[in-house]
Design a protein around this ligand. Structure first.
Ligand SMILES: Cc1cc2nc3c(=O)[nH]c(=O)nc-3n(C[C@H](O)[C@H](O)[C@H](O)COP(=O)(O)O)c2cc1C
Length: 192
């Protein structure tokens, strides 16, 4: 069974970013794809310490936070969804720290995420969503992954938890994104 892991970089558990991810999951589940969402919520992800000790380790050597556990899940997934609220016209600091560390681990151990499918989604009140999506897609594109697209960029608008439910265009775009991810996952056969 194919597996998709979603990482939600919001400080708010079950907020707007989670709603976007769950909208995608609904379709993935109907297609028989296993899903799991990790929410950083109140947890802090520490930034990279630039120690370069991850060579040959296939994970970060620092154990103070949930990074290692989430990165292991990433390695085991066929598809990865990165979701972030827009903070200061970009991704959340937790998502930035996570991707910083994941990028260095992948650079030091090439091929860890090769041929997985990736999609990024962002929840915003008003400005910076495209920037946030681009930041997350840069991670996929730098690690031999395939980026899944939709009929619009994968952003949605809302401020308070649940507001995003009013953004019908965004939700239908998320469903279409799910369909494209299902299509791609059926084609991809990763080497273990
Ligand atoms: C620290 C912080 C910074 C934010 N900066 C922006 C911003 O630059 N642009 C924007 O449109 N919304 C901004 N917002 C609003 C959130 O992106 C918006 O409320 C989003 O729906 C939150 O998603 P969540 O419920 O998943 O946390 C910010 C919110 C916080 C807490």
């Amino acid at each position: 069974m194919k597996k998709v892991l979603a990482i939600n970089g919001s400080a708010r558990k079950d907020g707007n970013t989670a709603i976007l991810i769950n909208t995608i999951f609904e379709k993935l589940n109907k297609a028989g794809i296993e899903t799991e969402m990790v929410q950083f919520s109140g947890n802090v992800i520490e930034p990279c310490k630039a120690c370069w000790a991850c060579g040959g380790q296939k994970n970060c050597v620092h154990r103070k936070d949930m990074f290692r556990e989430v990165f292991d899940k990433m390695k085991n997934a066929d598809g990865i969804i990165l979701g972030s609220p827009v903070y200061s016209a970009n991704i959340s600091a937790n998502m930035q720290a996570f991707l910083e560390r994941a990028a260095v681990v992948c650079d030091m151990n090439p091929g860890l995420l090769k041929h997985k499918a990736g999609a990024s989604v962002a929840a915003a009140r008003r400005g910076g969503a495209l920037n946030a999506i681009d930041s997350m897609n840069h991670f996929f594109l730098n690690h031999e992954m395939f980026v899944v697209g939709s009929t619009y960029w994968n952003m949605a608008y809302g401020q308070m938890p649940g507001d995003i439910q009013q953004d019908e265009e965004a939700l239908s775009n998320m469903s279409n994104l799910a369909e494209n991810m299902i299509w791609l996952l059926k084609k991809i056969k990763r080497e273990e």
